[in-house]
Design a protein around this ligand. Structure first.
Ligand code: ATP
Length: 363
């Protein structure tokens, strides 16, 4: 059978503005992160673009294995071996006097410059706080050490900053907490201590990787509130990684939906919830429990995210997509296309529909 011809759109990379707009703190373009394995090259992140503005939160959502964590680890140059940044730029506006823009992708992962950025100008909150702390030092020791490294050489001042930050994250008796070891704190308190650790150096960017998954619902709400307040107080920006679209709705200004190492939809949060176009995003939205649908079974997207080694040509979502069309979707690499101002979608069917002036309802 003759394959239908596919007209390739010009790839719409998310326009570069970091050199003109001071509010843009980070601009990631065409990021590729590969793990060379015995079975072949695992393409964990493949041509990812996004940007981050001061006081804004970018939500990154997608199922397990879609590349969210690896993409953000690349921003800190902490991708585990044998993984490496194979291509792309990670332009970051430094918080020094010149506000110089550096390309993190080109820095030596063990060099002085990335060590000054990591934990200082760009900080991370992990899902599991025990990972961030050493069990053999007190919380106070660890906070003070980070502040001495990034902010001041004066130990007294560093201690004062540590106590103030613990207060800001809602820790009761901060002086006493300084003397405690991580295992002596409850889960919620440990999470707060880790947020304090991330914020004590006034980072320009805070990366929160599933920061509330291990917490109960009440503490979850407090932690989310805290991240929002602190973003405003510290004039910083947040990258929020989660599986949970409810959390995305609450936290994000813009959202990147990732699937199989690629951004498949990128837009502002309202458009995501009221005008998502990619069949994968629509599937994720249909799987959110709602009060009105209490007695109906929840929709779920059948199958799992494949392992990104030796992938077939075409759309990565092809094998699970309700709209998949042989000869159209599985022929060439599908580009990310700007369908409306600031709304980018990686789907041939959506592009066809948009041209006809129709809407893709994902049926
Ligand atoms: N250290 C590693 N070695 C080999 N492959 C890896 C490694 N870390 C991640 N990967 C692979 O890279 C791809 C992306 O993984 P990543 O952890 O970024 O996904 P994720 O979207 O963050 O998932 P989760 O929500 O479960 O954290 C997956 O196929 C994963 O198996």
């Amino acid at each position: 059978m003759r394959k239908k011809s596919v007209v390739l759109e010009k790839k719409a990379t998310i326009a570069s503005t970091i050199h003109e707009d001071d509010e843009v703190l980070l601009e990631v373009s065409n990021l590729n992160v590969h793990f060379p394995l015995e079975e072949g090259i695992l393409e964990a992140v493949s041509g990812v673009d996004f940007k981050l503005k001061r006081k804004k939160t970018l939500g990154i959502v997608g199922e397990s294995g879609s590349g969210k964590s690896v993409a953000t680890k690349a921003i800190l140059q902490i991708v585990e071996s044998p993984g490496k940044i194979a291509d792309g730029d990670i332009l970051f506006r430094r918080d020094d006097q010149q506000k110089q823009i550096v390309n993190i992708a080109e820095l030596n992962p063990r060099g002085k410059e990335i060590r000054a950025i990591r934990g200082g100008e760009i900080a991370v909150i992990f899902q599991e706080p025990m990972k961030a702390f050493s069990p053999i030092y007190t919380i106070g020791n660890q906070l003070v050490e980070a502040i001495l490294l990034h902010i001041t050489g004066d130990e007294k001042e560093a201690k004062k900053i540590a106590i103030d930050t613990l207060k800001k994250v809602g820790m009761s008796n901060p002086e006493q907490r300084m003397e405690q070891y991580p295992h002596e704190l409850s889960g919620g308190m440990r999470q707060r201590a880790m947020i304090a650790m991330s914020l004590c150096c006034n980072p320009s960017i805070l990366i929160a990787d599933e920061p509330t998954t291990a917490l109960d619902v009440t503490v979850q709400a407090q932690v989310l509130d805290l991240i929002n307040q602190l973003k405003d107080n510290f004039n910083s920006a947040v990258i929020f990684i989660t599986h949970d679209l409810g959390v995305i709705a609450e936290m994000s200004d813009e959202v990147a939906v990732m699937y199989l190492g690629k951004v498949v939809e990128y837009t502002d949060v309202d458009t995501l919830f009221f005008g998502a176009l990619h069949p994968y995003t629509q599937g994720l939205l249909r799987s959110i429990p709602t009060v009105g649908k209490r007695d109906e079974p929840l929709d779920s997207i059948e199958g799992v995210v494949p392992i990104p080694i030796n992938l077939p040509k075409g759309c990565g979502f092809y094998s699970r997509c309700q709209l998949a069309e042989d000869g159209l979707c599985n022929v060439v690499e599908i580009p990310l296309v700007e369908v409306k101002d600031g709304h980018y979608v990686r789907c041939v069917k959506v592009n066809q529909n948009q041209k006809k002036g129709g809407q893709n309802n994902g049926e």
